[in-house]
Write a protein of this length. Structure first.
Length: 277
């Protein structure tokens, strides 16, 4: 199931389930907000998101009922997201959050905003800012709504972002190594060790620190990073390479490494399906 279809399921469950009752029971007049909303809803259900967004925006401006105006605003935002109008959707969601801060769908709006920032990430080697923006938005959500059903999905996305940030640091560090700029290379590698130590790049970063420090004659410092690498990743190929760098008599210490149990969590998709059933 792709992400947009998944979000459509969520939005349908949260928003559409209670929206039709207003269109059915409220007496309507020509071009009333109820007619506009229904036209937007009909367009949304046939995947005509551009027309839907237009009608939802018109409905929002004409509704006196603040709850329905807020619902129209978030539907317009999601419609824009549905046609990849990411900047317009972000602007719409930001306005929604400022205008309707007490609306019951604020959590979902913040989730959708974080997803849009995440989907705008392209090539981190060319532009790092989208990664940083997405990470900031996801951090805000996880700190504000840690118990939300959407937190698991965003935690997974954050892990991907952190790995990309670490990959960027390693890419730059390798460039500095290639031109023998040792200090900038060390600084980049230390950032991976200090900030991105849970990523898949930590082992290579530690090895490169061993490699550089040994090369510039700081063997004690090289040994320190080799010990860290060996303690935490003593079966790693990077540790074996670091061991070869130091000396032939260097013994690989067999140290106990704590087993970290990963919690089995139900995916957000499974929760939504269960709720729908």
């Amino acid at each position: 199931m792709n992400s947009k279809l998944f979000l459509i399921i969520i939005l349908s469950f949260l928003v559409l389930s209670c929206s039709k009752e207003y269109a059915v029971y409220e007496p309507i007049k020509k071009e009333s907000p109820y007619i506009l909303y229904k036209e937007g809803l009909d367009a949304f259900e046939r995947n005509d998101y551009f027309f839907a967004s237009k009608k939802f925006s018109q409905a929002e401006l004409n509704f006196d009922n603040i709850e329905l105006a807020a619902k129209s605003a978030i539907m317009s935002s999601f419609s824009l997201y549905g046609i990849n109008f990411y900047d317009e959707a972000k602007e719409n969601l930001s306005r929604y959050l400022k205008t309707y801060p007490s609306d019951k769908h604020v959590i979902y709006a913040n989730y959708l905003l974080a997803v849009i920032y995440f989907e705008q990430i392209s090539d981190e080697k060319k532009d790092l800012q989208p990664l940083l923006d997405a990470n900031k938005q996801i951090d805000f959500f996880l700190e504000t709504y840690p118990q939300s059903d959407y937190a698991f999905d965003l935690s997974f996305k954050k892990d991907l972002i952190i790995n990309q940030l670490a990959a960027k640091e390693l890419f730059v560090a390798k460039y500095y190594i290639s031109v023998q700029k040792w200090i900038p290379a060390i600084n980049r590698l230390k950032r991976i060790v200090n900030e991105y130590d849970k990523t898949i790049f930590i082992e290579e970063a530690l090895h490169r620190l061993v490699e550089i420090h040994y090369h510039i004659g700081l063997k004690e410092e090289a040994g320190k990073y080799a010990n860290i690498l060996g303690y935490n990743y003593n079966s790693s190929e990077w540790y074996k390479q670091s061991y070869k760098i130091l000396n032939k008599d260097y013994k690989i210490q067999k140290l106990k490494v704590e087993n970290i149990e990963t919690k089995q969590q139900k995916s957000l998709i499974q929760k939504i399906i269960k709720m729908i059933k």
